[in-house]
Design a protein around this ligand. Structure first.
Ligand code: VNL
Length: 392
């Protein structure tokens, strides 16, 4: 005969057997967001963090029954710290995904951690072409440097410039950009007279700008990462390159929406190429910019849009797996996904896990609100990373 105690115990056991899977289903889905929140690249961190917060306030913090928990870590832009934080997020915080990566060396440092932990690694910022090849768990929502450098070099060649000097930051994305520019521009019949490289840390661009001026090219092509554009354009103005008959072309990293207003009227009319401008004309972008400004109190840059789309990718993948956090299943769910981002139509190339997006040629103009904007006037649609396309 069952005693009262036995009955109670049996019920307890039954109850806890029922409770166990339910409790597991309610485990939060943890995203370790590793960003440079302080140091020279803090603008990148600030924009991505604000965009992630905006996405969550618009879309809620529960997906397919899983509560989404974002754990933000500041890597200050130091690769050894990025790697340690990624390891700690996996081991101590039981992160189900890691995301962020403000600079290429930081993404490269974290890639082996994602491979070992078998969890998705979302690259929201860094732009060297080879990054997505460093782990089968990497998916990118930012951009690649050759993605906008190649169509831009073709466009510049068409404008009639015959000789160009390139000036880039001396690290992987800069080298990617300079190489893509030279190959494309020379194939179109132009000539790159010199390939200048400025140091990444605490750069003084003046000697490089002077060297470019002395070489008397038709045009100068510039890439420096997010956060260094204002200093570059100030020093370029001091060297009076335009007065010497040298046109300045830059990637949109140089004239990003965060620092453009600091550059003053000297940059009016300058032409750049990039995948995002806060002035992009679409209902999706107008709603995004309005909501972003209301919540963050500053206007979104291309870094913000990379973070916003990265969150959407995680949310949509979790819906597809019904809340299951298996890393390989989540990455599979992300492959081929497409939607209309604030930047325009985008998709994740199922072969490379890299982003496919429009590239826009833009001109700096003063907007109706008195602020400076990169105004898009030509679109090169659905561009895949040309480096990985060439390897097919
Ligand atoms: C990178 C490329 C970083 C483009 C950037 O800003 C950028 C990178 C911090 O791959 O390191 O605008």
């Amino acid at each position: 005969m069952l005693t009262r105690r036995c009955v109670a115990l049996a019920l307890c056991a039954a109850a806890s057997a029922l409770a166990a899977p339910a409790a597991r289903a309610q485990e939060p889905f943890r995203i370790g967001l590793i960003l440079p929140m302080t140091g020279p690249n803090s603008a990148t961190g600030r924009h991505i963090d604000a965009a992630v917060k905006l996405y969550m306030s618009q879309n809620g913090d529960t997906v397919a029954g899983r509560k989404i928990e974002v754990i933000v870590k500041d890597d200050t832009g130091a690769a050894d710290l990025t790697k340690r934080l990624a390891q700690e997020l996996v081991v101590n915080d039981k992160a189900n995904a890691i995301a962020g990566f403000g600079l290429t060396p930081l993404a490269l440092a974290a890639a082996p951690v994602a491979t070992q932990a078998k969890i998705p690694m979302l690259v929201l910022a860094a732009g060297t072409a080879i990054i997505t090849e460093q782990s089968p768990f990497i998916v990118r929502t930012s951009f690649t440097l050759p993605q906008y450098t190649v169509p831009f070099a073709e466009w510049i060649a068409k404008q009639g410039s015959r000789t160009v000097v390139t000036l880039v930051s001396d690290y992987a994305p800069g080298l990617d950009s300079a190489k893509a520019f030279k190959e494309t521009f020379e194939k179109a019949g132009g000539k790159v007279l010199d390939e200048l490289r400025a140091p990444l840390r605490s750069p003084d661009f003046s000697p490089f700008l002077q060297k470019a001026r002395d070489l008397k090219p038709d045009a100068l092509f510039i890439f420096v990462p997010n956060g260094q554009g204002a200093q570059m354009m100030k020093q370029a103005a001091e060297r009076e390159l335009e007065k010497a008959g040298i046109k300045i072309y830059a990637t949109g990293d140089v004239t990003d929406d965060d620092s453009l207003n600091e550059m003053g009227d000297g940059v009016l009319g300058m032409i750049t190429a990039h995948h995002y401008s806060a002035a992009h004309k679409s209902p999706e972008n107008e709603a995004f910019v309005k909501a972003f400004k209301a919540q963050a109190k500053f206007r979104p840059s291309f870094m913000a849009v990379g973070g916003y789309d990265g969150m959407r990718l995680i949310y949509e993948a979790l819906k597809k797996t019904n809340g299951a956090s298996d890393g390989a299943a989540l990455v599979e769910a992300m492959k081929g996904m497409s939607w209309t981002s604030p930047r325009g139509p985008i998709s994740i190339d199922p072969r490379t896990r890299d982003i496919v997006q429009n590239v826009y040629i833009r001109k700096i103009e003063r907007g109706a609100d008195g602020e400076l904007y990169n105004m898009e006037f030509e679109t090169i649609p659905n561009v895949k990373d040309p480096v990985k396309e060439a390897k097919k």
